[in-house]
Design a protein around this ligand. Structure first.
Ligand code: AKG
Ligand code: FE2
Length: 193
């Protein structure tokens, strides 16, 4: 694959809940901490499939520049590998939060992640994966990506998503409309308000 491919395997939230319930518990126990650092009414996602995941990124795997759909993401790295650093531009998104047309948000997101824009205006933070290391970010505001994993070993981490209680209902509506409606809607629920 070329560019910044999406290249990883996922153990989803339902598999975690039945097979590794301790991790599901840990996810729910983090809620207070996330509320404190974000000063917002965050909850684990109602959607059990996507709320907590374990990502297994094989050697050579990367994760392209993106924003998460949810407000706060907490990552816990389970092993140390060479490469595989997460790169973050904190609060770099020009975020309309549904107060503008979807095409404009899509264009702003495309523009801001251009190399030249990032290099001129951004201040990048790079974090190496290490066993037990935790990273919390405003996933829908911070532009982030993962550098290629080097060596032979897979990179393994827990990804835990939190969102504002009200926003979860909104984005669920948008997703349901996207999945089930006959009407043409914006092609990607990331860009519906
Ligand atoms: O694995 C990481 O360090 C980041 C993963 C990520 O950004 C995501 O799953 O949305
Ligand atoms: Fe992400």
């Amino acid at each position: 694959m070329r560019g910044h491919p999406l290249h990883y395997k996922v153990i989803n939230g339902q598999q975690i809940e039945s097979g590794i319930p301790e991790i599901d518990q840990f996810y729910r126990q983090l809620t207070d901490f996330v509320r404190r650092i974000s000063s917002d009414d965050m909850t684990p996602l109602k959607d059990k499939l996507v709320g907590v995941n374990i990502n297994v990124t094989p050697a050579g795997g990367t994760y392209r520049w993106h924003y998460d759909r949810n407000a706060v993401t907490v990552l816990v790295y389970l092993n140390e590998v060479s490469g595989g650093e997460i790169e973050v531009y904190p609060l770099f998104r020009i975020y309309l939060k549904g107060r503008g047309p979807a095409f404009l948000q899509r264009w702003l997101d495309w523009f801001v992640q251009l190399n030249v824009v990032r290099q001129l205006f951004g201040k990048k933070i790079v974090v190496k994966p290490a066993q037990g290391r935790m990273v919390a970010l405003r996933g829908n505001r911070c532009l982030h990506s993962v550098r290629p994993v080097q060596g032979e070993q897979e990179r393994v981490n827990i990804v835990m998503a939190f969102d504002n209680y009200k926003d979860q209902n909104l984005s669920k509506q948008a997703l349901d409309q996207y999945l089930y409606s006959q009407k043409p809607v914006s092609s990607d629920p990331n860009y519906t308000s």
